[in-house]
Design a protein around this ligand. Structure first.
Ligand code: GLU
Length: 284
């Protein structure tokens, strides 16, 4: 339901909390924002504003090795300079605070516990070397190595207090096709054990992996549509399995096209050392 036109016709009518659009802007502060981020966040912002909905700003600073406070502050400044605003976030607060993932660890751990009690996650203390040695196949989608099923325990024992200082993986059911509708490009389907396999939900550093943190937050913050880059399509399939295991309803999905560097033809990314969105960051 597109609320925008209805709400304009009768502004005195409050939007129903169950149908009002809630979007989010969720940067990872591991570098300065580039034009690819700006394109995605602008789309997220515009879709929320066009629907007369609200938008949450969430700082995804979960990775202690890669994230820095200066990048967190810089992302807020840079997006404000682009004219974006939001209704809830680390710089303004709101009913779903805190908005920095590093301050929400207990919430993620509680969800890890729920998954461990169900016996759908297992400890996976294997080193990268062991995984590489045992690996047999690569994802048909992005060629990344699939986690070898030989390293999965034969039986997963449910437990009430998962050790937060070892990695935990979600057991992906074999032979399933995970389908979802992307609002922009239509239906996508991914096959378990061909396109992706058991994935990390918790890291040995005592923090959740991206897939778990983002699902817990999008659910807790009542996000109705996730807008993000097309490079995360496979993650959407993984996250749908987590929603399923937790008995939560997934949001709608909108994956934006990736922005390419006109000179190199590569997609913009921090690892490709893309130019920052605002030139004054070059000397920082
Ligand atoms: N934090 C992620 C990024 O900056 C986006 C995650 C998401 O939108 O789900 O790439």
């Amino acid at each position: 339901v597109y609320l925008g036109s209805r709400m304009k016709a009768s502004p005195q009518l409050p939007a129903s909390p169950s149908t009002a659009y809630r979007g989010r802007i969720a940067p990872t502060p591991s570098g300065w924002l580039h034009h690819g981020h700006a394109a995605t966040f602008l789309t997220a912002w515009k879709r929320a504003r066009d629907a007369n909905g609200s938008i949450v700003y969430r700082d995804e600073d979960i990775d202690p090795d890669r994230c820095r406070d200066s990048y967190s502050i810089g992302a807020i400044e840079d997006l404000r300079l682009c004219g974006l605003d939001w209704d809830e976030g680390p710089d303004i607060g709101g009913p779903h605070a805190p908005y920095r993932q590093s301050e929400r660890i207990i919430l993620y751990y509680d969800t890890l516990k729920t998954l461990a009690q169900q016996g759908v996650v297992y400890p996976s203390p294997h080193s990268r070397k062991e995984i590489t040695k045992a690996h047999t196949a690569r994802s048909t989608v992005d060629q990344s190595p699939l986690f070898p099923s030989i390293l999965r325990p034969a039986e997963i024992v449910p437990c009430d207090d998962p050790d937060p200082y070892i990695p935990w993986r979600f057991r992906v059911p074999a032979g399933r096709s995970i389908s979802f509708i992307d609002g922009r490009t239509g239906q996508h389907s991914f096959s378990t054990n061909k396109d992706f396999s058991d994935f990390l939900v918790w890291r040995r550093e005592g923090v959740p992996a991206y897939e778990l943190a983002v699902v817990v937050d999008d659910h807790a913050m009542e996000i109705t549509e996730v807008v993000r880059g097309e490079d995360l399509l496979l993650s959407t399939a993984r996250q749908i399995l987590l929603y399923d295991a937790l008995g939560w309803t997934p949001p709608n999905w909108w994956h934006c096209p990736l922005v390419m560097d006109p000179e190199t033809g590569q997609r913009l990314s921090k690892s490709n050392r893309s130019l920052p969105l605002h030139p004054h960051r070059l000397n920082q």
